[in-house]
Design a protein around this ligand. Sequence first.
Ligand code: PLP
Length: 405
Amino acid sequence: MSSIKPSAHLAEVRYEIRGALTRRARDMEAAGRPIIKLNIGNPGRYGFTTPAHLRQAIATHLGESEAYGHEQGLEEAREAIVAQQLARGAQGVDAEHVFVGNGVSELIDISLRALLQPGDEVLLPSPDYPLWSAATILNDGSPRYYRCLAENGHLPDPDEIDALVGPRTRALVLINPNNPTGAVYPKALLERIVEVARRHNLLLLCDEIYDEILYDGTPFQPLAAVAGDHPCVSFGGLSKVHRACGYRVGWMSLTGTKARIAEYRDALQLLAALRLCANVTAQWAVRPALLDTPTIGELTTPGGRLHEARRIVLDHVAASPYLDVVAPGGAIYAFPWVRADAIAHFDDTAFALRLLDEEEVLVVPGTSFNLPASRHLRLTLLPEPAQLAEVFTRMDRVLARMAAE
Ligand code: PLP
């Protein structure tokens, strides 16, 4: 009998954050070797807890969570998302244009599935959060990558984006604050990018899941406020800012001139209805998360755990003879690279494998984020600061061995 063949699409899709290296790390752990894992941005695995008032909201409403809910999400949750978006300057957003999903992950897929015809192109950042590439490909689209180079502070170049637009380009994806680089895009840059999107009639898709995780006073500018009447989908969620990855709650809000977004909105609603609804129980946490006093500042300001972790990373990179980094302005990652003047020939995947095998540290190579010929590594800022310091000691040991070979 012939074997069951998976979809040919999958040959083009990867998700190395939970890929072969992670499976190898699990095998090593099962064999009794403890691994320091810096691969997944999952705060709950590193001792961060979901704020108590979010848990309490879920407990209070458990008895009201047993039926299917509205396909776009609980009214209470959507109204809170609308209030947040309006307060941030997004124009004309209302609950009809908000969709709550099982994490931003599900909504990334839905937003592209509702848009793309076979052969359509989507402009994506390189490096990207790889689900954006995967969802583009799985929905019959083709990624076209604009670069976010370290020498440019990992910021995109609007002229390059402009030059990449072709007759089949439908959408432009931004990730701000960025995973994996930590870059936060200034308002003037977003204005130039919106101008490109307007000129070419591109739908803007802006993944803002790290919107409140910011360091050293870096300001965050929501894209919807800059885009104004131009069609724009903004994504947010509970996973990172509210440390509730396991709740699986994300949302997207659609803004822009109503007549231009009407058909697309209806397509999103149909897709949302086909999967019935998002997990109802966890949606009760959205309103307190967005409307009560935010708690993330305790972690990102001096003395806070994420602030300290970032400082340790920056100090250790500055002291390392091998590494360099652009200081992350936001999010929960650092994306250092191995300097060419320190080690001329460097393969990030081979290095990550060596770091795991020789020093029991798991990081994600930059190539996993659709960044070709990368010298980068992505580390989460989530471990205890002392453990992060240990990671750099071990990385430098492997790099010293490589430099001597
Ligand atoms: N978008 C970005 C940029 C992410 O980094 C992640 C998770 O790491 C997601 C989306 C997925 O988030 P969710 O847990 O809401 O599915």
